[in-house]
Design a protein around this ligand. Structure first.
Ligand SMILES: [Zn+2]
Length: 241
């Protein structure tokens, strides 16, 4: 599952700043991971996309990331580790990049969270993406990027998440996905075969292939879904009620 170690680019483009962020999303039900755990390992430790047990709250690490609504920042240990590890890596790789803005993860014990269909089991997190110049809004929240998507910095952030080994999939606007695929293949960072493993290989909006998958309303942030501790997909098979 781990991507091969790739060459990092530290190129920065000059930046521009943008207006206030637009938050709020509704992830289509078709994009929710509802697969039951696969395989026959009866000793597996699964997790739920409906509620959260043993959740961990995102710590204060302002050098790495800017927190949002702290009551909404509880996740599985894997989710929190993924956020901390990936954003710590970005601070090392691109010291001038803005801290990453973190949106909603889940409530302490999970369950329904206003504005979301998912985000109920501590396995989903909304993560800010960089505008040109590896910039994120200093006041928190997400920026609408359009063509000002910083493909170098955002690929570095996505790769840092993938390299944690915890990621199930990442939801992002298809236009940004196309930019990332073009960049990584043209720059020789990924072969076409590797790109097929990372990016959707068809144009169907609900494709379940690839780590990066299109979802509407994800042009100003990405939605990271992590796996359960045993590597299975989070599912609702254990959900109570
Ligand atoms: Zn989300």
């Amino acid at each position: 599952m781990l991507l091969p170690l790739l060459l990092w680019s530290t190129m920065f483009a000059t930046g521009a700043e943008f207006g206030p962020s637009l938050e709020g999303e509704v992830v289509p039900a078709e994009t929710e991971a509802t697969d039951a755990a696969e395989g026959v390992d009866t000793g597996a430790v699964g997790c739920s996309d409906q509620y959260l047990e043993g959740g961990v709250q995102l710590p204060d690490l302002p050098l790495f990331f800017k927190r949002g609504i702290t009551d909404n920042e509880w996740g599985t240990p894997e989710m929190i580790d993924a956020i901390v590890s990936a954003t710590r890596h970005m601070r090392w790789l691109m010291p001038a990049a803005s801290p990453v803005n973190i949106g909603d993860v889940s409530h302490e014990h999970g369950g329904f969270q206003s504005g979301h269909i998912t985000h109920r089991g501590g396995v989903d997190a909304d993560i800010g993406i960089y505008s040109t110049g590896a910039h994120q809004n200093a006041n928190g929240g997400f920026e609408v990027l359009g063509d000002n998507f910083d493909v170098v910095a955002n690929w570095a952030l996505i790769e840092a998440f993938l390299d944690t080994g915890y990621v199930d999939f990442i939801l992002l606007d298809h236009a940004h996905i196309a930019r990332l695929r073009a960049y990584t293949t043209h720059a020789g960072l990924l072969t076409e075969a590797e790109a097929d493993d990372v990016f959707p290989t068809d144009n169907h909006p609900w494709t379940r292939t690839g780590y990066l998958r299109h979802a509407p309303n994800h042009d100003n942030h990405m939605h990271v879904r992590v796996l359960c501790p045993d590597g299975s997909h989070a599912g609702s098979v254990k959900a109570a009620g």
